[in-house]
Ligand binder design. Structure first.
Ligand code: GLU
Length: 510
């Protein structure tokens, strides 16, 4: 099996937006495929028509594209195993259901909803485990209890039926999982799962196994929530005579809520203060809008890097990885066994790192869009310089506005607390004198301002703390912001003097 070409698949059901746990599954599959020189497939598992959600498939594809996870085969990129949408493969599955029935591994069941409910009540009253299995199937209406003639008559009458897997009684299924190791489950715990329905549609289990086989999937890498299905899948491979081409399995640990209390679920939505979806999602049924990482200002590469680390680590201190570096470093051996707590602060930290890594020019182009929205039009050179001064203070481009607003709009108010603490009776006089110094300063550069202010402070024996805070209050309106001289150069001499004069006027002698 090891010399088999590596072929992995991401197999989402279009039942809603892709949760970040789903994106992580896709990412790990993609990294694994690229690292191994294999193929990465996207297969849409849309056999459950009742759960179909309009727009979900497009959403899934758009999310993968945004992350830079490119599929080699799948919708829109058909390959030798097309089609890749299960609803378009419908006709294919029936023969395998029939094969399983013919070989005695599955059977027709005709029980109505009421009959199933009756069985449930009866068994529960006896304190038993109410499931359709080796202990109960003998008392139900199916092709094991009916004779051949009766079964054929039922089928010909058009009565609704399902095909159920005949789960062996009391047999240990021993499975290998690349993350969990050896997993052993006794079949007495498992029920006779439905594989196929009379509407001609397979269920997830049958379609998934048949397609993995037909598409020559070498490794199934998926979320841990599918581990309970593994015994059935392994038994299906065996029953269909495909054991020798069974893929390897790797079940990824869950993503947990930040407090570690349970799985991070779709329903957590924006409840916890951060997105659980890669892109914004507008639910077509409820009209509810859920936020997405993209719309919240995350860079795709930062998002991917953050996700990669939720369950995997490279075994070194390095944390910033491009997609190519992730591919190079990725291995299933380094995927942890336990669930990973989602850490919103760390997510922001990753974005901050990617913001710092980006060229000022590139960030400036993005920030300029925000400025334009606010009706502010400044030369790119100036915007770029401002970006270089404030970007280490923020995690997102949109947060730059609060850090840089005073470059564009003169303060209308002055931080009260700071004024009370630092604006003394002689502050207006000092500022008047400084405006005189600045008026005559030519050229008006960081160096010349620095020297002029120093000379002034030395001559008049004014403390740096006092002068600098008064100046900052005048120019920024608060005690924040980057280097004061840089601010002054960017504002220009005239504006600096105007702002100082205005502050003296407004704050005055308090
Ligand atoms: N369609 C399943 C899902 O929605 C796929 C599980 C698997 O990868 O086998 O997650």
């Amino acid at each position: 099996m090891t010399d088999k070409k590596v072929r992995v698949r991401f197999a989402p059901s279009p039942t809603g937006p892709l949760h970040i746990g789903g994106v992580r599954t896709a990412l790990y599959n993609y990294l694994f495929a690229r690292k191994q020189g294999g193929d990465f497939l996207l297969r849409i598992e849309d056999t459950d028509q009742k759960r179909f959600v309009h727009g979900a498939e497009e959403y899934i594809m758009e999310s993968l594209r945004w992350c830079g996870i490119q599929w080699d085969e799948g919708p829109g990129k058909d390959g030798p195993y097309a089609p890749y949408r299960q609803s378009e493969r419908k006709e294919l599955y029936r023969q395998y259901a029939v094969q399983l029935i013919d070989s005695g591994h599955a059977y027709y069941a005709f029980d109505t909803a009421e009959e199933l409910e009756e069985m449930r009540k009866r068994i529960e009253a006896e304190k038993g485990n109410a499931q359709y299995d080796a202990t109960t199937r003998g008392s139900m209406k199916n092709s094991l209890t009916l004779n051949n003639v009766e079964t054929v008559a039922m089928l010909e009458s058009g009565a609704p039926y399902v095909v159920r897997f005949k789960m062996p009684a009391n047999e240990d299924v021993v499975m290998q999982d690349q993350i969990r190791g050896t997993v052993k489950v006794n079949t007495s715990l498992l029920d006779d799962k439905v594989l196929f329905k009379s509407d001609g549609m397979p269920t997830y289990h049958l379609a998934n196994v048949v397609d993995d086989y037909l598409m020559e999937i070498s490794h199934v890498i998926r979320g841990e929530e599918w581990l309970p299905s593994l015994p059935l899948h392994v038994l299906l491979y065996k029953s269909l005579g495909w054991e020798s081409s069974m893929p390897e399995f790797a079940h990824l640990p869950l993503l947990l809520k930040p407090d570690g209390n349970g799985k991070l679920s779709k329903r957590d939505g924006d409840r916890l203060g951060f997105p659980v979806f890669p892109l914004m999602w507008n639910d077509p049924n409820s009209g509810e809008i859920s936020s997405g990482y993209r719309e919240s200002g995350y860079f795709a590469d930062a998002f991917v890097n953050m996700l990669a680390f939720l369950g995997w680590n490279p075994g070194t201190d390095k944390e910033i990885f491009s997609m190519d570096e992730l591919i190079e470093a990725f291995s299933l051996e380094r995927v942890g066994k336990s669930g990973s707590k989602f850490d919103p602060a760390k997510a922001r930290w990753f974005n901050h790192q990617y913001l710092l890594k980006r060229e000022d020019k590139e960030v400036a182009a993005l920030f300029n869009l925000i400025l334009k929205d606010r009706g502010i039009h400044e030369p790119m050179e100036k915007v770029t310089k401002i970006v270089s001064l404030v970007k280490d203070r923020v995690s997102f481009v949109h947060e730059m506005w609060d850090q840089a607003v005073f470059f564009f709009i003169a303060p209308r108010e002055y931080d009260d607390k700071l004024v009370k603490k630092k604006w003394k009776d002689d502050t207006p006089d000092i500022l008047w004198q400084v405006t005189d110094v600045l008026k005559n300063l030519e050229p008006f550069t960081v160096q010349s301002i620095d020297k002029a202010l120093h000379d002034y402070m030395e001559e008049r024996e004014v403390g740096a703390g006092k002068l600098m805070i008064a100046l900052r209050l005048s120019l920024v309106g608060a005690g924040m912001g980057p280097d004061l001289k840089e601010i002054m150069v960017l504002l220009g001499k005239e504006e600096v003097i105007a702002r100082i004069e205005k502050a003296i006027d407004v704050i005055g002698n308090k």
